[in-house]
Write a protein that binds this ligand. Structure first.
Ligand code: SF4
Length: 605
């Protein structure tokens, strides 16, 4: 693809040592005249400003496939017996805004430099429209980490892939899937999903992907404010009920409904766009104040304020939606993509050939990471991260096992709350320590007979699938009413990988919930159901996660046949609340409870 980028560039006059502004352009062609049997050397340096100090570009593919010398300068050799003009392709993607090209050797040096005309993206211009008028088979980076003034460490952001590799390069990692779950749990899933749909992404695509793609396009959930007064516009329907000094809900005598606590009321939520904000003028004080307030109005929780990535690292072991999702992030943010392909495993065992296939990709990814970060793979840090990850995973699995106690000292919903740490921070010693502490707390809770579940445990069920993050209270309410404790979940222990070397790590990555065959999936779940002594199974048919939901009907049939436990399914979505119907859910929970009641009566009778 890199080669294809160079087919459509325009050529401008250029002199050696000149500086050009490459903003909006990603490839250059330099024409160099070289004397007969001579050599020319081309040095490319970059800088954030036109008159600052220029430094070498840390990109080993800067000159695409052209030979370079030990200093990374391109060498153009003329082996003919007459003067000749050679074209040098330069990949500008890794370059800062200002680029300096110096040619030495040969007779004339550079005669012309090919860069697209410096007509960059217009302020506030829609990316698609901009791309259309470029006529280049490529995307343009409208705002990258360097433009936002972020440090290199903050910009190295990778995702959904072996955190252990990231640790070996001291990278700051952001996981788009977890970020999307956080945004959904903060009730902004719907506005972000709709934003992605407005960008042309289908409503049937996974909700996590839609949220993340809207984010990559610069869309943000924001607080509504009055542009004149710069005051937030409060939504009167928001907020928690006001309580009196005795903890009783205060009723409004006029409406007969509970009054809202003004301290908890929030502004309306609106959609904003960081690129539109950055393009706003800053000439007058009023304009500056408005621009700053609009920046500030973006929702203040962490997942809504994460910097754009410098590259993405994708592993598709849980689904293939990931592949297209990350390709699109890379395209929109104009950053490189490192891909690790882990195919669906349709046998219980992971064959050696599968391991070799993925292992080779890990080795290649390490090389790519070295090129991107300019750092060597630190084996010691990698081993330490693996050690931490194993320690975290072992503690996490022991924590999960506490659900086997009857009554359980906590609920599967608690595990959902702790999951983010095991997914995103398992390579850190703090994560291992936190779960070891949690294990101690649970041991104590069992000893004294305490539970976090705020009701007596009458029935125990397995919750199958990802929870509906925006609707956790709605999921919990009918369970509480019927005394149903979730004592088994599939999603949480699935993140407890333990391995001792890179090959075992590969095998572990082959065993994610969606990458295993149905026999393995049934056996895992039935093992958990037996160990955790469940009376029934509640299945989330998650509209977002088709690979997971697709084989659930057959699994449900097997659970009832093999274990004799009733199952009930409900429709929902992990991130898009439009796909959840509370009334249907309540009815299904009620049906499950009746079936568990009848089952218990049959056993007794
Ligand atoms: S595994 Fe399911 S929830 Fe996760 S990204 Fe894929 S489709 Fe979405």
């Amino acid at each position: 693809m890199k080669r294809a980028l160079f087919d459509t560039v325009k050529v401008l006059p250029f002199a050696s040592g000149s500086v050009f502004d490459r903003m909006g352009y990603e490839s250059a062609v330099l024409a160099v005249t070289v004397a007969a049997s001579g050599k020319a050397t081309v040095k490319v340096e970059h800088c954030d400003t036109a008159d600052g100090t220029f430094a070498a570009v840390p990109d080993s593919r800067l000159f695409v496939d052209n030979p370079t010398d030990k200093d990374g300068n391109a060498i153009i050799t003329n082996e003919s017996t007459a003067e000749a003009v050679g074209n040098l392709d330069i990949d500008l993607i890794g370059c800062k805004q200002f680029v300096k090209v110096t040619v030495t050797g040969g007779t004339a040096g550079a005669l012309a430099l090919g860069v697209p005309l410096p007509e960059s993206m217009a302020p506030g211009e829609d990316l698609d429209r901009f791309l259309d008028r470029q006529g280049l088979p490529c995307v343009i980076k409208p705002a990258c980490g360097e433009k936002l003034g972020l440090t290199a460490a903050a910009r190295y952001t990778i995702a959904r892939t072996p955190g252990e590799l990231a640790a070996a390069f001291d990278l700051d990692v952001m996981y788009p899937e977890n970020q999307a779950a956080g945004i959904a749990a903060n009730r902004d899933g719907e506005i972000m999903c709709k934003a992605a749909e407005d960008l042309g992404f289908d409503n049937d695509i996974c909700g996590y992907a839609r949220i993340s793609l809207a984010y990559a396009a610069g869309k943000r959930a924001s607080r509504k404010f009055d542009p004149e007064t710069l005051e937030y516009v409060i939504n009167p329907a928001s907020g928690r009920p006001l309580k009196d000094e005795n903890g009783k809900v205060v009723i409004d005598p006029e409406t007969g409904k509970p009054k809202k606590d003004p301290k908890t009321m929030q502004p309306y939520t609106v959609l904003d766009d960081i690129y539109e904000i950055e393009a706003l003028p800053e000439t007058t004080e009023k304009e500056i104040a408005y621009k700053n307030f609009r920046r500030e109005a973006i929702k203040p929780y962490r997942q809504m304020r994460i910097p754009q990535p410098d590259f993405v690292l994708c592993c598709n072991n849980i689904c293939n939606c990931m592949t297209k999702w990350y390709e699109n992030i890379a395209r929109m943010c104009n950053v490189p993509l490192i891909m690790i392909d882990i195919p669906y495993n349709n046998t219980v065992e992971v064959h050696d050939t599968n391991v070799a296939y993925v292992r080779a990709q890990f080795d290649h990814a390490i090389k790519q990471l070295e090129e991107l970060t300019g750092k060597k793979f630190d084996e010691e840090k990698f081993n330490q991260a693996c050690k931490n990850a194993n320690r975290t995973a072992s503690a996490w699995l022991r924590v999960c096992d506490y659900l086997q106690y009857k009554p359980a000292p906590y609920s599967g919903f608690d595990l959902f709350n702790h999951m983010a740490d095991v997914v995103t921070a398992r390579g850190r010693v703090q994560a291992a320590e936190a779960f070891e502490q949690l294990e101690k707390d649970l041991a104590e809770a069992v000893k004294v007979g305490k539970s976090t579940t705020p009701f007596p445990e009458k029935y125990r069920v397995m919750f199958e699938g990802i929870p509906c993050w925006p609707k956790l209270p709605n999921l919990f309410k009918p369970l509480k009413e019927h005394g149903v404790n979730v004592t088994a979940v599939v999603y949480a222990p699935a993140f407890g990988f333990v391995y001792n070397n890179m090959d075992e790590m590969v095998r572990a990555y082959y065993k994610a919930p969606n990458s295993v065959c149905i026999e393995q999936g049934v056996s895992w779940r039935e093992g958990i159901c037996k160990d955790n002594k469940v009376d029934g199974v509640l299945v989330h048919y998650n509209r977002s996660c088709k690979p997971w939901s697709g084989y659930m009907a057959e699994m449900q049939r097997r659970f009832t046949e093999d274990l004799g436990v009733p199952c009930a399914g409900f429709d929902g979505d992990q991130a898009d609340p439009r796909n959840f119907n509370e009334a249907q859910y309540e009815t299904r929970v009620q049906g499950l409870v009746e079936a568990m009641e009848a089952n218990a009566a049959n056993k007794e009778g």
